[in-house]
Design a binder for this molecule. Structure first.
Ligand code: FES
Ligand code: FES
Length: 178
């Protein structure tokens, strides 16, 4: 008779080849059936920008994009995104230059300790791709699953607004009214 422990070990050792695109590059890797996308990214690909916060779907620190949509990597099996394009925070900067969103977080003080920032930026990136000019309410809704202990969220919302030009538009409207 197989013990529960033995059965669990056997499942852990069951591996398959995962074909997946990560940050624009196709790859094939052996992964366990029960391997989380978060562990695959951090421990197998060393993409440690994706953070492990609560490890239970509560904080959003592990947010990545899967085919352009935000997804929690701590609640997703790697094999579940077979054939998909996964984008992590490492995909944001190009040639050593921050993306507009990252630059805005930097300039608007949207990051303090920075632990939540990769998840915030990826959630915001997902929003701006489907809605390039979101309202403040839409930004807050899109980031509603991402927790931050430091900023009080105002600076984060302002960062996203700055990245999409909403802040500029608001300034222009103020000037028009004056
Ligand atoms: S680590 Fe994934 S939601 Fe917190
Ligand atoms: S900046 Fe520290 S948790 Fe958000």
């Amino acid at each position: 008779m197989v013990s529960r422990k033995g059965s669990g070990d056997m499942n852990q050792n069951t591996k398959r080849i995962l074909r997946i695109q990560v940050n624009g590059r196709w790859r094939e890797d052996a992964v366990a059936d029960n391997q989380l996308l978060l562990d695959y990214l951090r421990e197998q690909l060393y993409l440690t920008g994706t953070k492990r916060g609560c490890d239970g779907g509560e904080c959003g620190a592990c947010t990545v994009l899967v085919d352009g949509r935000p997804r929690l990597a701590c609640c997703t099996f790697a094999v579940a995104v077979e054939g998909c394009h996964v984008e992590t925070i490492e995909s944001q900067s190009q040639d050593g230059r921050l993306s507009p969103l990252q630059q805005a977080f930097h300039e608007k003080l949207g990051a303090q300790c920075g632990f939540c920032t990769p998840g915030m930026v990826m959630a915001a990136e997902g929003l701006l791709r489907r809605n390039p000019h979101p309202t403040e309410a839409e930004i807050r809704e899109a980031l509603g699953g991402n927790l931050c202990r430091c900023t009080g969220y105002v600076k984060i919302v302002e960062s996203v607004q700055a990245a999409c030009g909403a802040e500029k538009n608001a300034d222009e409207k103020m000037e028009e009214r004056a």
